[in-house]
Design a protein around this ligand. Sequence first.
Ligand code: F6P
Length: 504
Amino acid sequence: MTQNDGFDALQSHAQRLRGAGIPDLLRDEPGREHGYSVRVGPLYFNFARQKYDRQALQALLELARSRDVAGALQRLFRGEQVNVTEHRAALHTALRGELTAAPVAQQAAASAREVRERMRALVETIENSDITDVVSVGIGGSDLGPRLVVDALRPLRSDLRVHFVSNVDGAAMQRTLAQLDPARTAGVLISKTFGTQETLLNGRILCDWLGGSERLYAVSANPERAAQAFDIAPGRVLPMWDWVGGRYSLWSAVGFPIALAIGADRFEQLLAGAADMDAHVLEAPAEGNAAVLHGLTEVWNRNLLGHATHAVMTYDQRLALLPAYLQQLVMESLGKRVKLDGSPVDSDTVPVWWGGAGTDVQHSFFQALHQGTSVVPADFIGTVHNDDPYIENHQALLANLLAQTEALANGQRSEDPHRSYPGGRPSTLILLDALTPEALGALIALYEHSVYVQSVIWGINAFDQFGVELGKQLASQLLPALQGEGTAVADPVTRAVLEQLQRR
Ligand code: F6P
């Protein structure tokens, strides 16, 4: 679907470039390997292996101008109600900085600061207690961000270990608790709404296992409900706000498990890195703006070249959870089929995002990336300096990262069709100087802003997620039937499967 008016000027470029070889693009534009790169603090982006040229990129930048991406970014940072379907601002940027003088954003930043101070005090209390383990219970945006950052930045050895339980499958909780001592464990229940089935059920198991709520903490935009449901003292309940979307919330008190795992100071560094990226995205002109270029590249690959999926390959084991995190951030934000005014979109929106950690994935799905019939544009993410002592391994890791991007782009001809590599498979390279809290904060913020840029081009709301509601409603209607309450079930297939479940 590409009838979008704004794309007309791009169609001829797409036709011209669809069959172009990436080495040809490099040959035809001397200096392209440097000219398509951007540095933002500890992050380096190289777009030279994307299948556009200067003219096409200019047309993409013109599209961004015609959609007023710069104005939309201003409105986001100023705290205007960009989440039009829920009449809310999306002020995740105010959780980590104060880039605008807009009173709403200033007020939000002040509230965030206040809560961070309270959070720091709670972290210190726990650090100075005999607690050795913390179980964080939450799901979606109340889990994936903290889980990613803790896995990426946790120290090798720590007196305080943080565990995550999200799935309503009791096996997840059982396996986690089996290794722990209830007398030396604390729990954090995280839920923006405090109405999420998984978190309420898992929270109850944890509370009972702990023998009460004495070592239970909560984070919610509905703090009264949280305090009441689990009888948690108000001093141990940290607030968040409706102007923070769940998948944009790791910078708020939702990041409590992060502060526990890496310390409150390093949590502040994560926020500072994100704030540096915010400043870049808000201030840099579109042609040198990493988030605008990344977002436009996604639009180019999706709408003009017609690619149905996008992969993220992390050549740093500590970032292995990034693809799972991005799946929610990108697909919950951009998986929409109507525009802000409710009319149908006139172009395809989000492709399927997926990925994994190199070099493991080279030995699983890379065959299909190199020789399969579908082209999968990808982000390859690596780290210049490693923190482990195994230098040769790190060199090998980087050699693989370079080799794979080169092989995918350039291919290699052979007389034998089985041994021929078509090439022409685009990728963006993203290098972090090192996996510091600042660099990770900047990387995550980059993706948040790229998502927003795409939403502005497509004219959709990146901040609601009504698509997840129907399944949730049906699940709560079906639960009584599974509990043997003889509830009438209308759908014949569901009824037949229920009969099977009950019979066996
Ligand atoms: O899956 C839908 C969703 O609403 C996500 O957007 C959200 O991050 C997750 O559920 C958890 O919601 P809550 O934080 O309210 O428990």
